[in-house]
Ligand binder design. Sequence first.
Ligand SMILES: NC(=O)c1ccc[n+]([C@@H]2O[C@H](COP(=O)([O-])OP(=O)(O)OC[C@H]3O[C@@H](n4cnc5c(N)ncnc54)[C@H](O)[C@@H]3O)[C@@H](O)[C@H]2O)c1
Length: 262
Amino acid sequence: MSVEISLKGQNAVVTGGAGGMGRTTSLLLAQAGANVLIADRDEEAAKRTAAELEARWPVKAAACRCDVTVKAEVEAMVAAALEAFGRIDILNHIAGMSTKVDFLEISEETYDLLMDVNAKGAFLVNQAVLRVMIPNGSGKIVNMSSMSGKEGFHTNVAYSAAKFAVTGMTQAIAKYAAPYHINVNCVCPGIVHTQIWDRLLADVKDAGGDPEAYWQERISTIPLKRPQTEEDVARMFLYLSSPWADNLTGQAVNVTGGLILH
Ligand SMILES: NC(=O)c1ccc[n+]([C@@H]2O[C@H](COP(=O)([O-])OP(=O)(O)OC[C@H]3O[C@@H](n4cnc5c(N)ncnc54)[C@H](O)[C@@H]3O)[C@@H](O)[C@H]2O)c1
């Protein structure tokens, strides 16, 4: 077996692929030789990422608008992937969102939004993709959970609920898909300074706190004493999408610098 991960000839769908960790993961999949459909609710950014992939590597890339909370758009995303590539071998479901609101201040609307984007989105996307993957008798699905999907954080009650749902769904779907030789795993990152964290730190400021002090306090709790990079996380998506992970399923893999140990 080669010691280099190759996804040459494989066809991938990446939700949330236009920005943040989704974009970085898409770049890595293309570098490994995969064709990639970038699906994101930000269609213009998705097109830019797809164009970047095709400019840098000899792969096919496509883009489509998809809000993962809308069933019709998720079904259109699967149709777009089949039209572009003929089949889906890999799903990296990365789209998600977070907010930082004191538990007693979380509104019903915010709770519903976080559950919709993170939990219902994972349900709709996994179900729609599995429908076309099962007849192939092979495939790799990697969902984006979080350290908040492994351990509850008092700063993030509704998000923790939603990401525990993603971790649980990943385990259940892994058992459902195993007879079809489809692996289903998820990644649980710790703290990655993407736009999500820009917004969380703005929430801290709006609540009268000191964003820099809050950030440093959170980093100080990490045993390896640094935030995770987008590449740290993208490499785990690449690994779990590859034949190297053929015997892993139902796993929730931490990329947290040692912060979460279970
Ligand atoms: N940043 C962190 O510290 C961290 C840690 C653990 C898990 N996560 C998870 O990682 C994922 C990516 O987050 P990020 O930090 O790269 O964020 P980001 O905000 O930089 O990127 C998120 C991407 O998802 C897209 N998106 C958001 N809602 C969508 C929807 N309803 N439908 C389709 N696309 C949608 C956005 O347009 C954007 O391109 C999320 O699921 C997040 O919960 C982030």
